[in-house]
Each structure stands twice: as structure tokens, then as C-alpha cells.
Design a protein around this ligand. Structure first.
Ligand code: AFP
Length: 341
């Protein structure tokens, strides 16, 4: 028997007595929008939708036409859901405030409509990431931004869709991580990866190594240790340049994905809300870990919706080794400081 994404979400929701069905309805909005996006992605070369719009988005990046389409598809499909009080998109400077004052508005949703968009024109895997928060206890108090400026630990669900050799939706609502592959013949996401567990150790590390002169000794030493065989194996490297695709491989095969702070991006390049939080939630649900270099990503209190962060995410063994390197580095620094006094 096949299980569709819709059936799976409904079954999950049915476990909660008194659930209104609004969460299922919200997730169906994500499913619909991502099917629309994947249809455009598949036709990209044909539909003359390739290329840039020659305009900058809030992050100072050139917006791609597909970015704009993906953003509009998600906003359109989700803003019809009365249960959503606020939407924050990587593509919009400010959050879109919907019915946040209505008692029916119970959720905030944040998303990156098209992650890895510099890969669009070269037919490389890209994706959509999303995360969902419940409204704060007192939805009428204070700034509506409070709905989205919650630590990642408060996400009630998160996920992504990769538009690769197949289209795969991966999500967790706090009860394991599940993957669904789009069957283009019937237009439904079908459960293909039930209860995904991140392997304890994997064969790959994934980092843009061309920046090794731009990230600190901590990361240089960590990579050296991975290459040295100290973890009982030789590593191979993979880096696609679409975080969602790099994370998808890491989730299924194990290993570690790293985007450290660099001299160009001193606080990291990836966005905490749209990119790091959803993958950290999935990684922890699947038995892995995610850090910003100093603390678990999910414990970071955001102060800005477009805040950037460093991200190290992956399997238990590689993450434990990373933490060991952090401690060594701190020990080295305090030793150096003592020697200097
Ligand atoms: P784009 O959406 O501009 O392609 O950026 C993608 C991304 O934020 C993330 O998905 C990649 O992991 C990272 O950038 C790649 O950045 P570098 O090109 O600096 O390695």
C-alpha cells in the first residue's frame, strides 16, 4: 500500500485529540506550492524562465526569475490558509503579516523559496526549505516579529524539497524524519523514506574548501584531522553549492556539511531562520547534530529575520570530533594567552 504525504500528515495530526486539521491544510499548501515550483524548474530551459531579472534582493544578490516565481507560488498557496498569522521569506525584506490578530491564526511559517539559485542556469539540484512555529502564547502582545523570532528549538515542523534527479520532500513534525518522492505520473508525493536515521558516520565532508584561507584554524585543523584517518577511515569530499542538496546527501549517507564564518562572511553566510534552523531540526530528529561553532543551532535566539550563521551539521561521530577540535582550539588559545602574560 502506498502512503501519500497528505495521508501521512493527516495520520500524524490524528494522534493529537482535538486537532483542527489546520496543520494538515497548511502542509498541503507547501506540497502544492512545491509541485508548482518543481514544474517550473523542470521546464526552466524551455520556458525561457532562465536568467536573472537584473534586480537585487534584500541580501544584495541578483534575483533569478525562478526565485521570484517560487516565492510567489509559496506566498499564494499559504496566504489563503487562515491558520497562518505571519510569513517570512528569504526573498522579502519584511515579513508578510496576515491574520496574526485573528484567534484562528495559529502558525508562523518561514521559508527560502529557492535555495542554491546560482545553480539554476547550470541544471544543478536546488531546493526549497521551510520551518513552522506556533504563535507565541500571547499573540496580541508586542511585535508581530515575535512570531518568527523564536529559537529553532520551538519549531513544530520543518523540512525541505530537493529538485534533483527526482523531487523529494523531507519533513519532520517532531516524530522522526520522513521523505516522499514526487510521482510525476500521479502528481503526489509518495512515502519512500520512512523514519530516516542519519548514519553514525559517513564517507564525506562537504565544505567549500577554496575558502580555506578565509576560515579560521579551527576548521583547517578539523579538516586535517578528518583527512588524517583518525576517525578510522579516509574521507572523500562533496560540495554542490546548494545547501539543501548537500544536506540531503549528508542526511542519507552521513558525514558532515560545513559552512563556516569566513573573512567575507564573518558571521557565516547561511540564514539562520530559512536554512540553518530547518536542517538542524531535521538533523537532530534523525539522530545527528547541528552547531554554529559555539552552540547548538536550535538554541540560538534570533534577533533579525535575515540573520546569518555558521553551520556545521552531520553525523554523531563527525560532530563529536568537531566539538573536540573546538575544545582543543579554546585550550590552545588560553595557553597562548597565559604564555603572553
Ligand atoms: P545561492 O542561493 O545564492 O546560490 O546561495 C546558496 C547558498 O546560500 C547555500 O545554498 C550554499 O551552501 C552556499 O550558498 C554556497 O555558497 P558558496 O558559493 O560561497 O560556496
Amino acid at each position: 500500500m502506498i502512503t501519500t504525504f497528505q495521508q501521512h500528515v493527516s495520520q500524524e495530526q490524528a494522534r493529537f485529540p482535538g486537532a483542527s486539521g489546520e496543520f494538515t491544510w497548511l502542509m498541503s499548501g507547501i506540497a502544492l506550492a512545491t509541485k508548482m515550483i518543481q514544474a517550473e524548474v523542470r521546464r526552466a530551459g524551455l520556458a525561457e524562465i532562465l536568467g536573472s531579472l537584473d534586480q537585487m534582493n534584500i541580501q544584495g544578490e541578483v534575483q533569478q526569475k525562478l526565485d521570484v516565481y517560487a516565492n510567489e507560488a509559496l506566498i499564494h498557496c499559504l496566504s489563503l490558509r487562515e491558520s497562518i498569522g505571519i510569513i517570512a521569506s528569504e526573498e522579502n525584506e519584511k515579513p508578510i503579516i496576515l491574520a496574526h490578530k485573528s484567534p484562528n491564526a495559529r502558525y508562523a511559517i518561514v521559508f527560502d523559496p529557492l535555495d542554491g539559485s546560482s545553480n539554476i542556469d547550470v541544471a544543478v539540484t536546488i531546493g526549497t526549505t521551510f520551518s513552522i512555529f506556533r504563535r507565541p502564547d500571547d499573540p496580541h502582545a508586542g511585535d508581530p516579529l515575535e512570531w518568527v523570532l523564536q529559537p529553532g528549538r520551538k519549531q513544530i515542523a520543518a523540512g525541505y524539497v530537493v529538485y534533483g534527479s527526482s523531487t523529494v520532500l523531507v519533513y519532520s513534525a517532531g516524530r522522526g524524519v520522513h521523505g516522499f518522492t514526487l510521482d510525476p505520473a500521479v502528481g503526489s508525493y509518495i512515502l519512500t523514506h520512512e523514519n530516516i536515521r542519519l548514519p553514525k558516520q559517513g564517507p564525506y565532508y562537504s565544505i567549500n574548501e577554496a575558502y580555506c584561507d578565509k576560515f579560521g584554524d579551527l576548521y583547517v585543523n578539523y579538516l586535517k584531522r578528518l583527512r588524517s584517518g583518525v576517525l578510522g577511515q579516509c574521507y572523500s569530499s562533496r560540495f554542490i553549492g546548494s545547501m539543501v542538496a548537500d544536506f540531503h546527501r549528508t542526511l542519507l549517507r552521513g558525514g558532515v556539511f560545513i559552512y563556516p564564518a569566513t573573512t567575507d562572511f564573518p558571521t557565516g553566510k547561511l540564514r539562520l531562520l530559512y536554512e540553518a534552523n530547518p536542517v538542524a531540526f531535521l538533523a537532530e530528529q534523525a539522530g545527528g547534530r547541528a552547531s554554529d561553532g559555539t552552540q547548538p543551532i536550535l538554541d540560538v535566539q534570533p534577533h533579525d529575520i535575515h540573520q546569518r550563521t555558521a553551520l556545521i551539521v552531520g553525523s554523531e561521530i563527525e560532530m563529536a570530533e568537531f566539538e573536540r577540535c573546538v575544545q582543543d582550539c579554546a585550550g590552545q588559545r588560553s595557553g597562548d594567552a597565559r604564555a603572553a602574560t
